[in-house]
Design a binder for this molecule. Structure first.
Ligand code: SF4
Length: 228
């Protein structure tokens, strides 16, 4: 918990300070297709790369397939899939994973998983190859409209620096954020914290002096004390 400031107030500050554009979030844009498999593939492709390269790879894949669904991915050769995903990096590995995921999710299985209760759906998603808690939570919050917060590397860094978590443990951070924010704000919190991490709370040389959360941040306070 952050002393003296609630989740709503934090979001108001972030909204006031950050220039938020939906196009900067590739999984969010993919969710507009209302196709959960496309969101899942996009999120797998986005692992270890930036949203710009992910968008390039997904555009190439869409140009080939039209609609991204498990059956069409299964029909594509591994070589063709690799070639489409090349701009995203680790494309051979990602192509193999997506092929396996497609074979496990054909026949509408993903849609059926998303209808289950949150924890069961999460468990089933995480059991898929290439799908960890973050990918599962992205999909559930975007497509399942479920009360969960996906934690990426930016959110991990921000949460630890703010003092919301004592370590980079995924579930600790997720739990802490879910207590801080109201369920209807989870997706907004996820997106704004990523943006905070990209703009102010960068891995090296965070811009604490300009950050909208500097007065409530453990890291900024300790920097000040050391600087005294
Ligand atoms: S004050 Fe600094 S360390 Fe804290 S959240 Fe902002 S940029 Fe990150």
């Amino acid at each position: 918990m952050i002393e003296g400031v609630d989740g709503k107030a934090i979001l108001r500050r972030l909204e006031g300070a950050l220039d938020f554009k939906e196009e900067e979030f590739v999984s969010l844009m993919a969710s507009k297709s209302k196709n959960p498999f496309e969101v899942l593939v996009t999120t797998i492709v986005s692992q270890n790369t930036n949203d710009k390269n992910t968008a390039k790879a997904m555009k190439r894949l869409k140009n080939i397939l039209g609609r991204i669904d498990p059956e069409r991915i299964e029909k594509l050769s591994l070589r063709e899939l690799e070639e489409a995903l090349r701009p995203a990096g680790l494309y051979r590995q990602k192509a193999r994973v997506i092929k396996r995921v497609a074979s496990l999710l054909s026949g509408g299985r993903l849609e059926r998983i998303l209808e289950k209760d949150l924890e069961e759906a999460r468990r089933e998603l995480i059991s898929l190859p290439g799908v960890g808690p973050k990918t599962a939570d992205v999909l559930l919050s975007l497509m399942g409209r479920r009360p969960t917060i996906a934690v990426d590397r930016h959110i991990t860094r921000v949460a630890v620096r703010l003092g919301l978590a004592s370590s980079d443990d995924y579930e600790e951070i997720r739990g802490s954020l879910m207590r801080l924010f109201d369920p209807e704000d989870y997706l907004k919190a996820h997106l704004l914290l990523i943006k905070l991490g990209r703009v102010y709370c960068r891995p090296k040389n965070p811009k604490c002096e300009e950050c909208p959360l500097r007065d409530v941040c453990d890291y900024a306070k300790s920097k000040k004390e050391i600087g005294r």
